[in-house]
Write a protein that binds this ligand. Structure first.
Ligand code: ZN
Length: 290
């Protein structure tokens, strides 16, 4: 308890610790974002081969998991030394290149680490030393992972959306962001809102506008934040999506609608809703509705 008391008396130390922790978590999220889709594809591949009665394929990434093989350069495959994997700093010292083969390292790696650090420190500052901070940190980290996996693969893995859903329901047992009642309705309503919208859209146009991953993601957000936040999340995500979509069309000079992942917009809207959702819905109901 002494440590907690010390951190309560020295909030800046608490924030510095969170910054360091979240930089390391950001580094792990880079691994997760890169490897989880490969692991899923590998499983699908093997399941399809089994179903078709084909021999198991010995693939190079057959034994890939989140921990093994240890961090290595994607180009030259050489294993990285611990000082090559210090979040952000290693990238800057190495000039964004592999220490062995000088292959360019994507700037996204340090950017994900920085994003993780900034959002985590903000969450810790907003909620202080509390269980809410712990739940909000897991929420933030899962949202960052979902955003980048969806951007890369147009995929929102069940492993992450369900994890978010279960954590949201557990958090609701302790009324961290909503109570059990609101969280369960949030999960059901979140799923149904998108599933029904998609059903009507398909009836009207014959096209698929949204994947099932989006339904599960909104269900998880509803479970974490309660059903009351769903209108804010859907409206914000649609608004942000429209702005990004239009900007994309103007920059790329494309006039046809191209499929864009919706997950990143849901993630941004979900995070804004976690921090300011209650203020936004109060503002809306008291100033515009009443
Ligand atoms: Zn290399």
């Amino acid at each position: 308890m002494d440590t907690i008391e010390f951190l309560i008396e020295n909030p800046n130390v608490f924030l510095i610790l969170i910054a360091l922790l979240s930089l390391m978590v950001g580094s792990f999220l880079n691994v997760l974002i890169y490897r989880l889709p490969l692991m899923i594809q590998n499983t699908w591949n093997q399941e399809c081969r089994e179903y078709l009665g084909l021999k198991r394929q010995a693939k190079t990434n057959d034994k890939l998991n989140l921990w093994l093989p240890l961090s290595h350069c994607i180009e030259c495959k050489k294993r990285l030394k611990p000082w090559h994997t210090i979040p952000v700093i290693s990238y800057l010292i190495l000039g964004g290149k592999c220490a062995y083969c000088y292959a360019k390292i994507s700037v996204r790696y340090p950017l994900v680490e920085l994003l993780c650090c900034i959002t985590s420190v903000y969450v810790a500052w907003r909620f202080g030393i509390s269980w809410q901070t712990l739940a909000a940190l897991f929420f933030t980290w899962i949202l960052i992972s979902l955003t980048f996996i969806d951007l890369d693969h147009q995929l929102l893995p069940d492993q992450l959306t369900f994890l978010l859903l279960w954590l949201g329901l557990i958090a609701s047992m302790y009324s961290l962001f909503s109570n059990c009642h609101d969280a369960i309705i949030g999960a059901i309503a979140g799923y149904l809102v998108f599933a029904l919208t998609q059903g009507l859209f398909k009836l009207a146009t014959g096209k698929i506008g949204m994947g099932q991953g989006d339904y599960k993601f909104l269900a998880a957000l509803g479970a974490y934040l309660g059903w009351q936040q769903l209108p804010v999340i859907v409206l914000l995500a649609s608004f942000i999506g429209t702005i990004f979509g239009l900007t994309h069309m103007i920059i790329k000079r494309q006039h046809k609608s191209i499929p864009l992942p919706f997950g990143p917009y849901l993630a941004i809207a979900g995070w804004i809703s976690l921090i300011w959702g209650k203020d936004i819905s109060h503002l809306y109901f008291y100033h515009f509705v009443i």
